[in-house]
Design a protein around this ligand. Structure first.
Ligand SMILES: *Cc1c(COP(=O)(O)O)cnc(C)c1O
Length: 487
């Protein structure tokens, strides 16, 4: 199967319907542009008919793989079903078309929603208050670290406290955000149980430590039982604790980062609270803080004054300022708000319980054929490796690519870094027993192929327009522009 790009479908003189109307004559902008700025040769645009264009782009859209057309067990990303009711409500005029600068008297309903969401997230996570502004998880991390920095600066300790400790299981954005915020990063080892190695933490804990950044459950899908001891150790050393809340789907209504001792957290609304994500669309990474960090928050909290909702204006100059134009991504907040309202606390608890149950069911069924590096009950996701398939020269990437042929989006691979050849699966709570069982069958059939006909797995995928690519070449010398001579 090969696909042609739109230039390869071009035929000289072919074009789509153009509306002939003299009233468009003033669009002859060429005449008003300085000659020196005009292109001399004609732009090489594809010449295609309207029908060719429609078929081309419809065809491309149908090659997309997403949660709406297949099981998508991409670990760490929480690819759950996004209820259609959200989309319908978000399209209503008063939500979709309100101007960000509309006076608060005209947007009381929307401000009420923002205010209530701030409160609901605070209750769910055990934090004192929330600021919804950051545009994604990584943006929330940066905001949270800026708060930690502002806190130490306020105490005259900014120079001394220049290091952030991060476990070796962390998501790549954690050390990246700390470095972007000007911190030195020290990596803390995990032990054989998949928890933080407390002795290694103690060895690295001195006055230079500004903070500790982690997620619990961690990216192995394991809950660190020593979190209370860890948080008191960090606090005793004068550091603060940052919670990466991307794994919040596992713990709703069960336990709260605030109670575990964290000072600042972010939550990925687009993951746990179900906004379509993964294609670069808008996300939202609100940050929650304990009382000690409130005075440093960005300028964008909605407060209630009497019976009125308003944007807080009386910020102290200690605030880290704004991280976004206007308040942030309102329609992502709205989806999260509807999700929480419709499910209620009991419903959210069910979400987490079913996410964890589905993950454990899948994990136990797959360990008959695949190696499980940490043999413990998992939370909402788990890690396998290729150890059993290695004798047949099959790597994790081959298993992932063979899954494409079986109709599944590949799981996360080669992350977290501490597991050699990691395959990370997160089924989420929205998948049925039947879907999980069919997926288990597909994984088993791949395990069997590795023994009987490894070539089929090694050369996968066979069902896509492009099969295996040279990944190193693609990363080092990406060809981002198509030119006719390259065909
Ligand atoms: C997704 C994720 C992030 C980053 O969130 P973005 O919204 O993609 O910026 C951080 N940490 C973990 C564990 C994640 O899974």
């Amino acid at each position: 199967m090969s696909i042609k790009n739109i230039f390869e479908k071009s035929s000289p003189g072919r074009k789509a319907f153009t509306l002939q109307n003299e009233s468009f004559d003033h669009f002859q902008i060429d005449k008003s542009i300085d000659k020196s700025l005009l292109r001399e040769t004609k732009a090489h645009l594809p010449e295609v008919s309207e029908l060719d264009t429609v078929r081309h782009y419809t065809g491309l859209s149908q090659k997309n793989r997403g949660i709406d057309n297949q099981f998508y067990p991409l670990g760490s990303c929480t690819m759950k079903y996004n209820p259609r009711i959200h989309e319908e409500i978000c399209m209503t005029h008063s939500f979709a078309n309100i101007h960000p600068l509309a006076p608060s008297s005209c947007s009381q309903g929307n401000l009420h929603i923002i205010h209530e969401l701030q409160e609901m997230l605070s209750t769910l996570s055990g934090m004192h208050t929330f600021c919804l502004q950051p545009a994604a998880g990584a943006h929330g991390e940066l905001a949270g670290l800026m708060l930690i920095k502002a806190y130490h600066k306020n105490r005259g300790q900014a120079d001394k406290k220049d290091t952030v400790l991060i476990p070796d299981t962390a998501h790549g954005t954690n050390p990246a955000s700390a470095a972007l915020c000007g911190y030195k990063v020290k990596t803390i080892r995990s032990n054989s149980r998949g928890n933080i190695d407390i002795e290694h933490l103690k060895e690295n804990l001195d006055e230079s430590v500004a903070g500790f950044m982690t997620t619990n459950p961690n990216t192995l899908g394991l809950f660190d039982e020593n979190i209370l001891e860890i948080s008191s150790l960090i606090h005793e050393a004068g550091g603060l604790l940052y919670y990466d809340g991307a794994n919040f789907n596992a713990i709703m209504g069960k336990c709260r980062p605030g109670d575990m001792g964290f000072d600042v957290i972010h939550i990925n609304l687009h993951k746990t609270f179900s906004t379509p994500h993964g294609g670069g669309g808008p996300g939202s990474g609100p940050i929650g803080v304990k009382e000690n960090l409130i005075e440093f928050l960005p300028y964008s909290k909605v407060i209630k004054k009497g019976e009125k909702y308003i944007y807080q204006k009386d910020f102290k100059d200690k605030s880290i300022g704004n991280l976004m134009p206007f308040g942030g991504h309102f329609l992502v907040w709205l989806r999260a708000y509807i999700y929480i309202k419709l499910l209620g606390l009991d419903g959210l608890k069910d979400v987490s319980e079913n996410a964890v149950l589905n993950a454990n069911y899948l994990m136990r069924a797959l360990t008959k054929d695949f190696h499980l590096p940490y043999d413990r009950s998992c939370m909402h996701e788990f890690i396998l490796s290729n150890k059993n398939q290695k004798p047949y020269h099959v790597q994790t990437k081959h298993i992932a690519k063979r899954l494409i042929d079986k109709g599944y989006h590949p799981p996360t691979t080669y992350f977290p870094l501490i597991v050699e050849e990691a395959l990370m699966l997160e089924p989420t709570e929205t998948e049925s027993l039947e879907t999980l069982n069919t997926f288990i069958e597909a994984m088993r059939s791949i395990a069997k192929e590795c023994v009987d006909s490894p070539d089929v797995v090694l050369k996968a995928p066979h069902s896509t327009p492009v099969s295996q690519i040279d990944e190193v070449l693609a990363a080092r010398q990406p060809k981002l522009k198509w030119t006719p001579s390259s065909t």
